[in-house]
Design a protein around this ligand. Structure first.
Ligand code: C2E
Ligand code: CA
Ligand code: CA
Length: 348
């Protein structure tokens, strides 16, 4: 079918052993080491299976289905077999529709930031806000990133989304400042391709920020295998520009300590999973305590995200956590609501 793609067509009477048995034999054969001149080579393969009754035979459809199944097998890792089912096709159609809509959304500029405030754990004062992307879909309303970010990643527009959110959030901070409401810090989420973008420094330099500091939230996962010289170079450049760096979802990956020592971040954001039961569970309290102690000894600040109850907030403040963010203080909101909240707090 292509350079390294093959199609095996099997006609068989009903009740014959399943084509999966054949696929398994092919896989076993392919995995045997092969002597090639002096070398022993190994290769793997991914197999997709689709079937049709002879009465309704349609070769084109069958090929598409086998292809979809094969890609699903590939996603599962090496040497997998996957059988087509109709869910695969409807998912492919849904993703195709979503991809088309997302490309339009870029054209029509439909991505906008929402804001979630961050608070000093002791005083409750606003120390910053995180910008979180929302898609103002023309028919379906305001959509959260879980609905579209995975597909956006696949079609390569996350860089665009990050840039839009950063620019628009900075403009909002500027407008608030002009009304006498200072947002001390603006956090934006940054994806890896965005970090490597050579235009990153220029786009930061052009932001209309003056009283508001800019901070980047970077996923811990980035440090697993992606921490190369280019990324390091970008980090140093960002620091020179006064951007602070925070490790997002700290504690969920396998790299926490490595990330801390290599990146030397300004702040870590302790994942809400780790802090969920601090009010009721002594073990969780000890874990958070040791993270906070470790961070303190490295002069790294701490924020806990996903704080939902007063009890959690009190325990976390006692443990020495620096800042808190979560539904307790408010869900992510638009600029108008952020303004109301800042005024309310300033008045209180
Ligand atoms: P995240 O960076 O960990 O963002 C925090 C998420 O937790 C947000 O979901 C927020 O609404 C939610 N959250 C906040 N407080 C609470 C709480 O008290 N309880 C619970 N259960 N949840 C809470 P959201 O806005 O849906 O964002 C989901 C993820 O999408 C973010 O996780 C982030 O990884 C990604 N994301 C959001 N905006 C952007 C963006 O502009 N660029 C990129 N690359 N990723 C983004
Ligand atoms: Ca974040
Ligand atoms: Ca997070």
């Amino acid at each position: 079918m292509g350079g390294d793609e093959f199609l095996a067509a099997v006609a068989r009477p009903r009740g014959d052993p399943s084509p999966r048995a054949l696929a398994e034999r092919m896989l076993a054969f392919a995995r045997r080491p092969l002597s090639l001149d002096e070398d022993v080579v190994r290769f793997g393969m991914s197999i997709g299976i689709a079937r049709q009754p002879l009465e309704a035979f349609d070769l084109d459809a069958l090929q598409v289905e086998a292809d979809l199944a094969m890609y699903q097998a590939k996603r599962g890792g090496k040497n997998q077999i996957h059988e087509y089912d109709s869910e695969l096709r409807s998912r492919a159609v849904r993703n195709k529709t979503l991809s088309d809509e997302l490309r339009c959304a870029v054209e029509r500029d439909e991505f906008a930031p929402f804001f979630q405030t961050q608070h000093d754990a002791r005083t409750g004062a606003v120390v910053g806000a995180e910008a979180l992307v929302r898609w103002r879909h023309p028919e379906r309303g305001v959509l959260t990133p879980d609905r579209f970010l995975p597909v956006a990643e696949k079609i390569g527009i996350v860089k665009h989304i990050d840039l839009t959110v950063m620019r628009r959030a900075a403009e909002a901070a500027r407008r608030l400042e002009e009304k006498g409401l200072i947002l001390p810090k603006l956090n934006v989420n940054v994806s890896l391709p965005r970090l490597r973008d050579p235009d990153l420094a220029a786009s930061i330099a052009s932001l209309p920020l003056s009283a508001t500091a800019l901070s980047f939230e970077i996923l811990e996962a980035v440090f697993l295998d992606e921490f190369d010289d280019l990324t390091r170079f970008q980090f140093d450049r960002l620091r020179e520009m006064g951007v602070t760096l925070e490790i997002d979802d700290f504690g969920t990956g396998r790299t926490s300590i490595v990330a801390l020592t290599r990146l030397e971040p300004d702040r870590i954001k302790i994942d809400r999973e780790l802090a969920r039961d601090v009010a009721t569970d002594a073990t969780q309290r000890r874990i958070v305590q040791s993270i906070v102690d470790m961070a303190a000894s490295l002069k790294v600040g701490t924020t806990v995200e996903g704080v939902e109850t007063r009890a959690q907030a009190e325990v976390l403040a006692d443990l020495g956590v620096g800042a808190l963010q979560g539904f307790l203080f408010g869900e992510p909101c638009d600029e108008a609501e952020l303004e109301r909240r800042l005024r309310g707090l300033a008045a209180a």
